[in-house]
Design a protein around this ligand. Sequence first.
Ligand code: SF4
Length: 353
Amino acid sequence: MAVKETRAPEPTAEEISAEAERLYGKGLADLGWRDPELERAARLTWKINRLKTARSAVIAAHVYQRAEIILGVADFVGDSYKLAKMCAESDAKRVVFCGVRFMAETAKVLNPEKEVLLPAPEAGCSLSESITAAQVRALKLKHPGAPVVTYINTSVEVKAESDVVVTSANAPKILRRLYVRHPKIVFIPDAMMGKNLAYELGKKLGEELVIWDGSCIVHDHFDSTSVEFYRKMYPGVKILAHFECTPGLVSVADFIGGTGDMMQWVADHKAPSYMLITECGLGDLARTRFPGKVFVPMCRLCPYMKATDLSRVLRALERPTASQRIEVPAAVRERARRPIKRMFELADDTCAS
Ligand code: SF4
């Protein structure tokens, strides 16, 4: 099929200057951006924002994305669960998903009629790549009757083999509900999160909760011993750790949860300073959302998340390549949709089971 090309016009010098001013006001200056970088980004954000309307597109950006994407062009910002739901509620014909492949696939499963574009098609995820559909089938044979609960950070093929999908925000609640009827649950693929869940729910690892040995390259290296040092250096600092961090780190944190929960916790509390132990993008976003609060850096960059930049977003809007277009075969899509829908039901407070 021929790819339709829609080029954005070139902005004038005045338009670039006005757009740079807008980016400045959005908080990029708080992150250390100066005029030359603002103007370079402004030329691209100006074009992207014009093309969005022409192409009936929305831009969904994960909180770990680059600040210029989140603040300059995104229509929706959030975790993968929130983004997929927001895309489903939008009237736009296409979604440019600034995130990694499994997120764009989830958006496609929930929005089959929309064109879903992933600007950085090679953006994978170490966690998602740690397990295959064939390995899930083997787990099911080994643990018959045990529901397979799958973290949302997995491929669409793995989701298609699963019983329920969960996010870091709703996993404890959903597992608690499933344990009412099931003595054993298989949780894939994040081993750290599995261990944290077993501890939180008081379940025996390997017996009541069977886990897989997958890990996130960003969260599994944070060092719990440095927390003590930072507590002395910043008296009163509150330590917030992502659910994918090691159990050792989680045990010394003041709060654990997903990215959305961490941001809400910061909004709800008054502390002298906060440390967000996760990907660096969340700290940047927090600094722009809460300019009066102090954030102590302790983060890592995710190379997959940072593969997307403004020029690739523009390319996806102007003339998407075949690899930027997310396609999921209808049969896989339908099978993957069921455990995602089950998550929506089980995460709902009105659910009885
Ligand atoms: S931060 Fe970890 S889980 Fe998220 S995309 Fe990167 S590797 Fe995957």
